[in-house]
Design a binder for this molecule. Sequence first.
Ligand SMILES: [Zn+2]
Length: 98
Amino acid sequence: MKILSIALALAVSLAVCAEEESETAVKPYPFDFCIVQEDEKLDPDAEPYAVVHEGRQYRFCCKDCWSEFRENPAPYVKKFKLLLEKKNEEAGSERADD
Ligand SMILES: [Zn+2]
């Protein structure tokens, strides 16, 4: 019966993997600044602080902002949506110098 339980364990772990894979469609973070302190640029060379929240990635300039978001994401999600709307509006109207 040992083989059967090994096979079963394998099947279960494969199912778990497949489930994780279907969740990889995370929307990337579209800004180059921290969502908590928006005047802080993200440093592409530094270790990235990121969180996936409701299928969207959020990025932060430092660990403090990262934990701040994790403790209380609601106001930052709201701010993010406003900023994204603004960004999309700007992209939709006449092109600014890029
Ligand atoms: Zn920060």
